[in-house]
Design a protein around this ligand. Structure first.
Ligand SMILES: Nc1ncnc2c1ncn2[C@@H]1O[C@H](COP(=O)(O)OP(=O)(O)O)[C@@H](O)[C@H]1O
Ligand SMILES: [Mg+2]
Length: 329
């Protein structure tokens, strides 16, 4: 049985990855790492380990590496799947060494891709330079020129952030000035949103075979930075977006997943964020008929891929409850 280590197994993303693996029609043994004990995800894996907090200065990269190495060796882990954004650049640094010393494959893209995706200014520049539609964007030092060609409302958001933190919709110069004061390392962007035109989408790519294994397009609504409702419909828009993200993926050539957030506009699909990892909506995609994790692992193991059967419909997300017997927490 193949063994998978999910990092950040307590995070929403980590939990989604675990749920998706558990509902695949192959059995895997799942292990986890975390930084904090208090999350249900730790109870869904065979064994969860607490890692030293790598974001603290006193924690050295090598100690963190040795701890992960020990877990991978002890359980003969086959795949490591990252469940935390901040770990991506760190895992990238230890990838070669870790893969040389174990039989574990880290599901992570090259540094170049992580760099493009982790900075929203770099993302829009990548799209522009590669002749894809892009959100008109500027950095504060180019604001004067940008305002000549772009009208309010505008979006001010951090170049590096997540879950909709510090996003400002500004309607005039006064609001723009205030937002720029409050927003850490901002990028200023044209406002792309119109009712119901936001999508979360994913493509799975196998760079060894140079093929896109799947693509999924979900129309979505957000609450507090997370998807609360997602709809899959096979229609013209879905096809346009799917073709577009496949083209962008072929240009980036990730190792495994790319996750796109975009608005469908008059310019066509305009991507405003790319995550080079599995998405928080991976378990929803699975319910719609695309188990992205299984699709990738099957392809890496040269197993025959089944024809995908997409289910059309809507998923609502809701809180749920999980009981843990006394003595187990
Ligand atoms: N240029 C934009 N136009 C309209 N809405 C945007 C734009 N950029 C971001 N948003 C809104 O803010 C949300 C969070 O922005 P995003 O770039 O995805 O950053 P985060 O890393 O915080 O998820 C998006 O899901 C979208 O609803
Ligand atoms: Mg986002």
């Amino acid at each position: 049985m193949k063994k998978i280590l999910v990092t950040g197994c307590g995070s929403l993303l980590g939990q989604g990855i675990i749920k998706t693996i558990l509902s695949s029609n192959q059995s895997y043994e799942i292990f986890g790492t975390e930084y904090i004990k208090d999350s249900v995800g730790l109870y869904w894996v065979k064994k969860a380990y607490i890692l030293p907090d790598i974001l603290k200065k006193k924690v050295k990269l090598n100690n963190w590496y040795l701890k992960i190495l020990k877990i991978i060796k002890r359980h003969k882990i086959n795949y490591l799947i990252p469940g935390l954004d901040f770990e991506l650049p760190i895992l990238n640094k230890i990838k070669l060494k870790l893969e040389k010393n174990t039989k574990c494959k880290i599901i992570i893209s090259e540094k170049k891709i992580i760099d493009i995706c982790s900075d929203k200014w770099s993302t829009s520049e990548f799209l522009r330079k590669n002749n894809f539609a892009y959100p008109n964007s500027c950095l504060p030092n180019n604001l004067k020129y940008f305002l000549r060609n772009n009208k309010f409302p505008l979006i001010v958001k951090p170049r590096m952030s997540s879950t909709s933190r510090n996003i400002f919709l500004v309607r005039n110069k006064k609001e723009l000035k205030l937002a720029l004061e409050k927003c850490p390392k901002p990028v200023i962007q044209e406002y792309l949103f119109k009712k119901n035109n936001e999508y979360t989408c994913g493509v799975i790519f196998n760079p060894k075979k140079n093929i896109c294994l799947s693509s999924v397009v979900l129309n979505r609504n957000l609450k507090n930075g997370n998807t609360i409702k997602a709809t899959l419909e096979k229609n013209k828009n879905n096809k346009i977006i799917s073709n577009f993200i496949v083209e962008v993926t072929k240009r980036l050539k990730p190792f495994g997943p790319l996750n796109f957030q975009l608005c469908l506009t008059k310019k066509g699909p305009v991507i405003f964020e790319i995550n080079p990892r599995f998405s928080g909506t991976t378990p929803l995609r699975n319910i719609f008929g695309i188990n992205e994790i299984q699709i990738l692992l099957n392809s890496l193991e040269n197993k025959k891929l089944k024809k995908l059967q997409l289910k059309q419909g809507t998923i609502y997300r809701y809180f749920s409850d999980y009981f843990i017997k006394k003595g187990f927490y």
